[in-house]
Design a protein around this ligand. Structure first.
Ligand SMILES: [Zn+2]
Length: 388
């Protein structure tokens, strides 16, 4: 892809799309077309041209600064950062004074999201595995080397915190922690930060991080979403935004610093309103899902936490192709109508009704499928008992 001529088709395609693009007035359908155009930047194994997304490239370049900060502590810029952001009370591996905004804050926040600062023990950090011990530890920034003694070939780990292990639960956690630590091989080199399996600091490559981010960023939607022509474009688009956590929930608005009278879920009024909570894990939403799953004659999932997980569950069913599509359409209709009802409660002061919601979901999904799918004999009687 190094030659300019190889980029020409992509540039041309973007130009075609952008000349008629008026972002502010773009409809969902229009946005969808734009999204389809943007898919050229997806990795090759995801059906794109393998150019790599600009957002992933940007994140990868930012992460490079974190790695350099840890591996070049003596450099002038790293010492400046420490002088500005360092704080003896801070327990983080990367210093940041959150009152000081700017590029460094963005970089560190990105690193926190990527868990780049964590010390891994298998799949998770010791801090995550033993939260009570972490809470008890008086020196949260102590080094690994402060907590063991090397006796010839063997290593003795000890609990060196100022706070003693006082109860049975802590002692049990410490025993579990020790059993993990005993398998750790200590070498005498100084500490370095490495990118996954690479063996040398110099092996850190922005392209490797970018590929990984491309993979992570695209996997959720491409794995669970299908662009089903049985449902309207705006609903396909809505579901896509839900999966990306891009709908205007109270949590999302709060993050964008909107002042709201409440950030609680309008359906249960006791949890922060996130997309996954409102559409799936809320107890009130679950009542709706329960009836919908029963109507579709599907087993009730033992637990439901997110929209992606619900889509994964329905993807895993082995059923006939059209049945699978109908199930997908009903799930989309359920999310769509939950969202619509939530808006009507907030903006039109309507009352919540499970029965009305169920009726709407069955009716709207029937209309979609009747008008858009080629299922000749489908009628309302059949649809009411979910016979396709
Ligand atoms: Zn709720």
């Amino acid at each position: 892809m190094g030659l300019i001529k190889n980029w020409k088709p992509i540039v041309k395609r973007f130009e075609e799309k952008l000349t008629s693009w008026k972002a502010r007035t773009l409809s969902f359908g229009g946005r969808l077309t734009l999204i389809e155009a943007v898919l050229v930047v997806a990795p090759k194994n995801k059906g794109g041209l393998g150019v790599g997304s600009l957002a992933a490239s940007n994140k990868a370049l930012m992460i490079k600064w974190l790695v350099r900060f840890k591996n070049e502590p003596a450099s002038l810029w790293a010492r400046s950062i420490t002088a500005i952001h360092g704080d003896s009370r801070c327990h983080s591996y990367i210093p940041l004074k959150s009152s000081i905004g700017g590029v460094w804050k963005s970089i560190v926040n990105l690193g926190r999201k990527s868990q780049i600062q964590s010390i891994n023990a298998g799949n998770s950090t010791l801090r995550e595995m033993f939260p009570d011990l972490y809470e008890l530890e008086s020196d949260k920034r102590c080094f690994v080397s402060d907590r063991y003694i090397m006796n010839h070939e063997s290593i003795d780990w000890f609990w060196g915190s100022g706070n003693p292990l006082s109860n049975a639960n802590n002692i049990e956690e410490w025993a579990a922690c020790l059993s993990i630590l005993q398998n750790v091989v200590i070498n005498r080199d100084s500490d370095v930060w490495l990118w996954k399996s690479s063996e040398k600091v110099a092996d850190f490559a922005v392209s490797a991080v970018r590929n990984e981010l491309d993979y992570i960023d695209t996997i959720k939607e491409t794995k669970v979403l299908c662009w089903l022509h049985w449902i309207p474009k705006k609903v396909n688009c809505f579901l896509w935004r839900v999966v990306l956590d891009r709908i205007a929930t109270r949590e999302a608005l709060m993050i964008r610093r909107f002042h709201l009278p409440s950030n609680q879920c309008i359906l249960c009024n006791n949890t922060l309103e996130s997309a996954d909570h409102l559409l799936v894990s809320c107890e009130t939403a679950k009542q709706v899902w329960l009836i919908i799953f029963q109507w579709m004659k599907l087993p009730i999932p033992s637990y439901m936490i997110s929209v992606v997980q619900v889509l994964e569950i329905i993807n895993s069913y082995k059923s006939q192709k059209n049945t699978k599509r109908a199930i997908y359409a009903v799930v989309a209709a359920t999310c769509w109508n939950l969202w619509k009802m939530r808006n009507e409660i907030i903006f039109k002061q309507k009352a919540f009704s499970v029965a009305k919601l169920i009726g709407d979901i069955k009716a709207i999904s029937f209309t979609w499928i009747k008008n858009r799918a080629d299922l000749g004999e489908l009628n309302w009687e059949k649809w009411r008992s979910f016979k396709i």
